[in-house]
Design a protein around this ligand. Structure first.
Ligand code: OAD
Length: 257
């Protein structure tokens, strides 16, 4: 691993898989998880991001996600999000974005080929049945929490919950298949894997670099500090994503639609 300067990656004719984490949204004003003053310093993960925590205190969990919903709607995508959307417009189907972020900022910046592996702040699902997750921007800060009509119609009762993948829960197998299919497609082409703004602490996302490298990808890490899995990358560009991505992705000046 070497720390490199900011020459643009040779993406012409190449394929690109990007994995993003909370660092990409930091310059939009959203807190990351593991930095000082990050969300996990202010909250116990098991209280607000586990099925057991929801069972114990659903009011606390809904308060946490309602405040994050509200906050995410008041901020705006930054130049890093815009650069990622711009490189997708250049590469088309040779591009895939896998994000651990639940804030919707990539889509608001114009990204279309996006897989939200940890869910979305702006969808709600049932904690008791397989009700299709639905779009929801509401805040549940009071004493009355939303319940599932479908469960009630069947004589039961269950609270609705945010459509977030909590600790101890599985990622959507359909998402994993789609990512795997992208990694394995078109093996003759140059292939780049980039992890951006993520600490490399949460699996299986942190292992994506290994899958991409297994089919010959060149792996590039863009992060404010070395990630936990930094040794798995061929190149490390240390910096803030909004500052380095336009040049690194070769989209300076074309980042807006
Ligand atoms: P973390 O908070 O673990 O890591 C954010 C990373 O971004 C850190 O390594 C920072 O150094 C880096 N960073 C901060 N500001 C940056 C900037 N402006 N530009 C580039 N890098 C910057 O967040 P994630 O890796 O996304 O899961 O966390 C992974 C998962 O853990 C999250 O999706 C969440 C959490 O528990 C769930 O809630 C399911």
């Amino acid at each position: 691993m070497e720390v490199t300067s900011l020459e643009a990656l040779p993406l012409d004719g190449a394929r690109l898989l990007i994995l993003t984490g909370a660092g990409v949204s930091a310059e939009s004003g959203l807190a990351t998880f593991r930095d000082s003053n990050g969300l996990w310093e202010q909250h116990r993960v098991e209280d607000v991001a586990s099925p057991e925590g929801f069972e114990r205190d659903p009011h606390l969990v809904w308060k946490f996600y309602s405040l994050r919903r509200q906050q995410a709607t008041t901020v705006h995508p930054n130049a890093g999000h815009a650069a990622i959307a711009a490189v997708e417009r250049r590469l088309g189907d040779r591009f895939l974005l896998v994000t651990q972020n639940v804030d919707g900022l990539h889509q608001r910046a114009g990204s279309e080929r996006v897989i939200e592996i940890h869910g979305s702040l702006f969808r709600t699902k049932c904690s008791g049945c397989d009700l299709e997750p639905f779009d929801d921007t509401a805040s549940y800060l009071g004493r009355i929490l939303p319940t599932c009509d479908r469960c009630e119609a069947r004589g039961g009762s269950a609270l609705l919950r945010p459509d977030i993948v909590w600790f101890g829960e599985m990622l959507d197998p359909g998402h994993l298949r789609a990512i795997d299919a992208f990694i394995r497609a078109d093996p003759g082409r140059p292939f780049f894997f980039m992890a951006i703004g993520t600490s490399g602490a949460v699996w299986p996302a942190a292992g994506l670099v290994n899958h991409a490298r297994a089919v010959g990808a060149t792996a590039v890490l863009v992060n404010a500090e070395p990630a936990e899995n930094a040794s798995r990358f061929h190149r490390f560009v240390q910096g803030k994503s909004a500052e380095v991505l336009p040049a690194l992705l070769g989209v300076e000046g074309s980042a807006s639609r």
